[in-house]
Design a protein around this ligand. Structure first.
Ligand code: NCD
Length: 307
């Protein structure tokens, strides 16, 4: 594995298997009364979040704490931060304080990569702009392997605003690496034309795709990013691409439903559908901690350090 985790494109199939297997061994720690192992005692992990987040920040914090690392949470809310320069200054400060790893979420694509040029510690991308969100992809791959027993040959549809979704990009790259068959589904305005080069298929008719799936992966309609101009209206989007009970009935019996959260119930997914046993969002969240533990451990703990 590389020194940093920036993109799913940097991981080979062997890397992914190693991460998922390591996560499996950490999964058990989360079921103990005392949910802690000493693997990263004395190491410092900084969570540097320039964008709002609930589950990813808490998940990284818990992961680092369960490995006994010291955790610093540095949060700043978006726009008042002048990007380039002040990110650099912050990075140099953290570096001077001895951060061994920096987990960064930033509204600018490429910010984690910039960070690697300024600091000596390991950098983990927790979501950068519309670029990538590799730890989300890895927790999704973990959940898929756990639920369906394999990744190779799985038929997965990723449905919604692929154009602006770092989740869709990272997950597509990861699934293709692992030999799954990916179809991106959504209105033509929300599917980037260059996506064919990722090794995926493109379709605009969700109803035609559903009966052929093992996994229906829904993306959040990102109302806060003023991207409504890409669809006629939210209602129209929900009518064509929302996963309703009627649409779930078109899925094969064993197929599962996934969503990275936070969900808009009633838009991309009906509330009843979100609560079905085949909807595995809770497992995704729980597995996220084990996967992030594995990543911190592999980067910082298990021979991830240079001499
Ligand atoms: C995603 C994100 O922030 O990229 N959420 C997450 O990390 N679980 C998806 C989203 O915001 O729609």
């Amino acid at each position: 594995m590389n020194r940093h985790l920036l993109s799913m494109r940097d991981l080979s199939a062997e890397d992914v298997v190693r991460i998922l297997d390591t996560a499996e061994s950490f999964r058990e720690v989360g079921t103990r009364v005392i949910k802690k192992v000493p693997a990263l005692r004395g190491r410092t992990v900084v969570n540097l979040f320039y964008e709002n987040s609930t589950r990813t920040r808490i998940s990284f914090e818990l992961a680092a704490k369960r490995l006994s690392a010291d955790v610093i949470n540095f949060s700043t809310t978006g726009s008042s931060v002048a990007k380039g320069e002040s990110l650099k200054d912050t990075a140099l400060t953290l570096q001077a304080m001895g951060a061994d790893a920096i987990v960064i979420r930033h509204a600018s694509s490429g910010a984690p990569h910039r960070l690697t040029t300024w600091v000596r510690g390991h950098v983990l991308n927790a979501g950068d702009g519309t670029h990538e969100h590799p730890t989300q992809a890895l927790l999704d791959l973990y959940t898929l392997r756990e639920r369906l027993g394999r990744l190779e040959g799985l038929r997965v549809a990723i449905v919604g605003d692929v154009l602006h979704s770092r989740v869709a990009r990272s997950l597509s790259f990861g699934l293709v690496t692992m030999g799954s068959e990916v179809t991106l589904v959504g209105p033509p305005t929300l599917i980037p034309p260059e996506a064919l080069a990722w090794g995926v298929q493109i379709d605009h008719d969700l109803d035609a795709v559903l009966p052929k799936l093992d996994v229906c992966y829904l993306l959040r309609v990102q109302t806060e990013r003023q991207r409504l101009e890409y669809v006629p209206s939210i209602r129209e989007y929900a009518r064509r691409y929302g996963l309703t009970s009627a649409r779930v009935a078109m899925l094969p019996d064993e197929a599962i439903v996934m969503h990275p959260g936070p969900m808009n119930r009633g838009v991309e997914i009906d509330s009843d559908v979100a609560d079905l046993p085949r909807s595995v969002m809770e497992a995704q969240v729980t597995n996220g901690i084990a996967v992030r533990m594995a990543l911190l451990y592999l980067l910082l703990g298990a021979g991830g350090e240079e001499g």
